[in-house]
Design a protein around this ligand. Structure first.
Ligand SMILES: [Zn+2]
Length: 638
């Protein structure tokens, strides 16, 4: 997932710390799942679901094929959250040991839901008799609730087309259990098939093989032949059009957006070509992009074969498409080699940010890649300044916490710096060979930090001894802050910007004499590094010259609105309210709400704007903004 150049960290919503911090972490144990994966493993998921856009409910059945690892096990434990379970049955052959000819008989099994945990949901416990059989199949008849955390149901008015309702899922990290009962842990990988039944005038797409020529008839079938973790199962339903952008690439979006999106993301095929040259073959056949309505809570989500992307990266000049490079890079780091638990998230994100930068350098030049690395470091420094030391480590202890509310730039940007450090120490040739070997060795596997460390020791540290010690690696992975010998990015293109800003602040350079050839990253650097206080005259001067209040670029706009809030620049507040009510991408709006809450008048404005905006946000965004704007209510609602 891409949170972007200024990832945010939210305080934990007041959950009890229990005594868990005292006991040592058990690597590979998923503290965010109830599933008894040592006894059973789901290997295939078969969905048959009706998506009711009117009543905001998904209902139907999921079939789970299971590998039994323990013949004596008598219970299968699955993850669910806010699901209504109607019936659980087992394939009759598994019960009776005989098959009725050409007919599958399902026999009901006893089951119950455990008391819900506010973060993890309810364990679904199914009685299964002990057997020597190694493969079993069960089927669960269930329904979601309209408030399911991974689902956002949009009314027609909340879409770009304004005529038809829209549904999309966002399951990472632990949201899949709010719309499918399964083993919701990234260490279990399964193939899937799905039949989706919905209104005849909308299109359904999934993180699977999609057929853009399929006639709109309300009946859609999908196959995902590669084994993926549960958080990558994804679905969207809406009034979607398709436009091809290359032999393996295309864009799905609502009609008013599809043309601009296809133009913005026209370089996707070149990005795949660049990635394959660096990291080995693209193993997922096609790479399509689904552009979502503006409420989509993240920049992008790397759902395999079909990345889900925020429309806020469509700036008209391809200047924000590093998000596409990021989601594409996840086809290697994350989707191919996956973190085994959310503590190991940095294995997904560090490699992805590193790969993103390499892809950007090939397709858009090293200068742009360097600027983005510097912006990433600036954003990381902000996070490090406010995070407690225990949350500044790569392999983070998330026990008793919602992993979604602890996401920060540490696994992303500190992780990238770690890989950049290894590249600098061992040389690019050796490091590239190591990377390719890593992706081949662990392809379609989910791994822990400890497995990575061992592989790194055997294939890089010990192969080229005397360059980096095991202790230096551990300082990166388990230590807070940045090691003193970190190799920090620099950008000469930013020196010009720093000079211009300093001269303007000193009154020796007028806005009309600024260079007019700055790119987005330079404007972001210009705005993000302003002094704490600016006068209304200074802000008016900038706005008049560069039109920040009406920028087409959502990222530049965010940086500008931060200045508007910090300096209580009243002419900018109408646009601020519009921005907060139109966009639900957390990276863009969380810093604005956080800044607003620092003053009484800002807090009053934030509460009013949020009151208007809240019904249009994704449940995940609502949880995050509740915690900022109204911390007490957020605790109560849990
Ligand atoms: Zn990511």
């Amino acid at each position: 997932m891409r949170i972007g150049v200024a990832g945010l960290v939210l305080a934990c919503t007041g959950l009890p710390a229990a005594g868990a911090e005292l006991s040592p972490i058990e690597p590979g144990l998923d503290y965010h799942s109830f599933a008894n994966v040592d006894q059973f493993r789901v290997t295939h998921v078969e969905l048959d679901l009706r998506v009711d856009l009117e009543s905001k409910v998904i209902g139907g059945t999921v079939g789970l094929e299971l590998k039994r690892l323990d013949p004596r096990a008598t219970q299968l434990v699955l993850d669910t959250k806010d699901l209504m379970i109607n019936d659980v049955s087992q394939k009759a052959t598994d019960v009776l040991g005989a098959t009725a000819k050409n007919q599958t008989i399902w026999v009901s099994r006893p089951f119950h839901l455990e008391k819900p945990d506010p973060i993890l949901g309810s364990a679904l416990v199914i009685d299964l008799p002990p057997t020597r059989k190694t493969v079993e199949a069960i089927r669960i008849d269930y329904e979601t609730v309209p408030t399911a955390a991974a689902l956002q149901w949009l009314t027609p008015k909340q879409t770009a087309g304004r005529h038809k309702a829209f549904l999309y899922t966002q399951s990472e990290p632990i949201g899949a259990r709010t719309w499918i009962p399964l083993q919701d842990t990234p260490q279990v990988r399964a193939t899937y098939k799905a039949r989706i039944h919905t209104d005849s005038d909308v299109v359904a797409v999934m993180s699977a093989e999609n057929d853009p020529t399929h006639k709109r008839n309300g009946e859609y079938a999908f196959v995902m032949p590669q084994a993926i973790p549960s958080y990558l199962i994804a679905l969207a339903v809406g009034d979607l059009k398709f436009k091809e952008t290359g032999p393996r690439t295309g864009v799905y979006a609502e009609a008013p957006v599809v043309k601009a999106a296809a133009k913005e993301f026209a370089d996707t095929e070149s990005m795949i070509a660049a990635s394959e040259k660096l990291f080995g073959p693209y193993r997922w056949t096609r790479y399509d992009i689904l552009v979502l309505p503006p409420s989509f809570p993240v920049g992008g989500m790397e759902n395999p074969r079909l990345s889900f992307i925020t429309p806020t990266v469509i700036a008209g000049d391809k200047s924000l498409v590093s998000v596409i490079a990021h989601e594409l890079a996840h086809s290697w780091s994350g989707n191919l080699v996956t973190n085994a638990t959310w503590r190991d998230l940095w294995l997904n994100e560090a490699f992805t940010v590193y790969l993103e930068s390499r892809i950007t350098a090939v397709v858009y030049g090293e200068q742009r890649a360097a600027m983005e690395r510097v912006l990433g470091l600036q954003s990381l420094r902000k996070d490090l300044a406010r995070l407690p030391p225990k949350d500044q480590v790569l392999a983070i202890d998330l026990r008793d916490r919602d992993p979604d509310l602890v996401f920060s730039d540490v696994p992303y940007q500190k992780g990238r710096l770690f890989l950049g450090y290894l590249e600098a120490k061992f040389g690019r040739d050796h490091f590239d060979a190591f990377l390719r070997g890593y992706f081949d060795h662990f392809a379609f596997k989910s791994i822990t930090t400890e497995q990575f460390n061992q592989y790194l020791t055997e294939n890089l540290l010990d192969r080229f001894p005397g360059i980096v010690t095991h202790q230096q690696v551990l300082a990166w992975v388990n230590g807070p802050g940045l090691p003193a010998d970190a190799v920090l990015p620099v950008s000469s293109a930013f020196s010009r910007v720093d000079d211009a800003r300093a001269a303007w602040l000193a009154g020796t350079l007028q806005v009309k004499n600024f260079d007019r050839d700055w790119v987005t990253q330079q404007w972001l650097h210009f705005l993000d590094n302003m002094p704490a206080a600016l006068s209304a005259a200074q802000l008016g001067d900038l706005d008049q010259a560069f039109g920040f209040t009406h920028s087409r670029n959502a990222q530049i706009e965010r940086s500008w609105l931060e200045l508007v809030i910090r300096n209580n620049y009243r002419p900018g507040f109408a646009r601020l309210e519009e921005y907060l009510t139109n966009i639900g991408r957390r990276l863009l709006i969380e810093p604005l709400y956080t800044d607003l809450m620092k003053t009484p008048s800002g807090a009053e404005f934030a509460k009013r704007a949020y009151g208007k905006a809240r019904p249009g946000y994704h449940p995940e965004t609502v949880a995050a903004i509740d915690a900022i704007v109204n911390p007490t209510a957020a605790e109560g609602s849990e």
